[in-house]
Design a protein around this ligand. Structure first.
Ligand SMILES: Nc1ncnc2c1ncn2[C@@H]1O[C@H](COP(=O)(O)OP(=O)(O)OP(=O)(O)O)[C@@H](O)[C@H]1O
Ligand SMILES: [Mg+2]
Length: 221
C-alpha cells in the first residue's frame, strides 16, 4: 500500500546543551528516519561531538526534547540512559578505546549485555562480519589501525543495535583502511540500520542520505 510514512528514528526539538558558560548546542531541531545515513558536519568546536553524545545517551541535554527509537531520552536518569544505550545504540569513536591486554575477541565480548553461553559465538560472528575472523586472538598492539577500528565496529554491533553512531571513525586511518571501514558502514546501511556519522571528510558526506550541518552550536537543517 502506498502512502505509508517514513518512520522517524531520531527527533530532536529545540535541543540545548550548555557546559557552564558555553552553549555548545542552541535549539537544535532535526529528524533522522529509520534506515537513514546522516552525516553531521561542521568546523571544529561547532558542537558535533556534543550532539552525537546526546543522541547516544552518553549525556543529557540542558533542555529540549530528544526522541530516539520511540523513547523520550532527555528525561532519563543516568542509569536509564545506560540501559537504553546498550539496547539501542552502537558507538564507534575515532580513538579506538580498546583494552590493551585483551584480545580482539575479548574486547568484543566485554560489550555484551545479555550474557549467555552464546557470547563467544556471537563475538566471533561479529568479528567475521567485519572481516576480522583471522585476527580473533590478536592483542590490539598487534593490529593495524584499520583492523582495530574494525574490532571496534564489531564491538558496537554486538547487541544488535538499530542505531550506529560514529565520531570521525576514519579520522585516524589511511585511505585504504578508510575504504574498508566505509564498506562496513555501507553494508550496515544496506541492512536497514540507522547510521549517524560525525565527519570532516567531504567524501563521506557524499555517501550519506543527508547532512546535518552545524556551526557555532546551530544546526542548519
Ligand atoms: N565537557 C565539556 N565541558 C565544557 N565545554 C565543553 C565540553 N565538551 C565540549 N565543550 C565545548 O563545547 C563546544 C563544542 O564542542 P564539541 O566537542 O561538541 O565540538 P566538535 O564539533 O565535536 O569539535 P571537533 O571537530 O574539534 O571534535 C566547544 O566550544 C567545546 O569547547
Ligand atoms: Mg568532536
Amino acid at each position: 500500500m502506498r502512502g505509508i510514512g517514513l518512520i522517524k528514528m531520531i527527533i530532536a526539538k529545540d535541543l540545548v546543551k550548555k557546559y557552564d558558560t558555553t552553549c555548545a548546542l542552541k535549539d537544535a531541531s532535526f529528524t533522522i528516519e529509520k534506515g537513514e545515513w546522516a552525516n553531521i558536519m561542521g568546523p571544529s568546536g561547532s558542537g558535533k561531538t556534543t550532539l552525537l553524545n546526546l543522541i547516544g545517551c552518553l549525556d543529557s541535554p540542558t533542555s529540549g526534547s530528544l526522541m530516539v527509537n520511540g523513547s523520550e531520552t532527555s528525561k532519563l536518569s543516568q542509569k536509564e540512559r545506560t540501559r537504553f544505550r546498550r539496547e539501542n545504540i552502537g558507538l564507534v569513536f575515532q580513538q579506538f578505546h580498546m583494552i590493551p591486554h585483551l584480545t580482539a575477541l575479548e574486547n568484543v565480548m566485554i560489550a555484551q549485555y545479555f550474557h549467555s553461553i552464546e557470547d563467544e559465538k556471537e563475538a566471533r560472528e561479529a568479528l567475521v562480519h567485519v572481516g576480522m575472523g583471522h585476527r580473533l586472538h590478536h592483542l590490539p598492539s598487534r593490529l593495524s589501525g584499520g583492523e582495530q577500528q574494525r574490532v571496534c565496529i564489531a564491538r558496537a554491533l554486538i547487541n544488535q543495535p538499530q542505531i550506529i553512531l560514529a565520531d570521525e571513525p576514519t579520522g585516524n586511518l589511511d585511505k585504504k583502511n578508510e575504504e574498508a571501514v566505509l564498506d562496513i558502514f555501507r553494508e550496515l546501511h544496506s541492512e536497514g540500520r540507522t547510521i549517524v556519522i560525525v565527519t570532516h571528510n567531504p567524501e563521506i558526506g557524499e555517501i550519506g542520505d543527508k547532512i546535518i550541518q552545524i556551526s557555532h552550536g546551530e544546526v542548519n537543517y
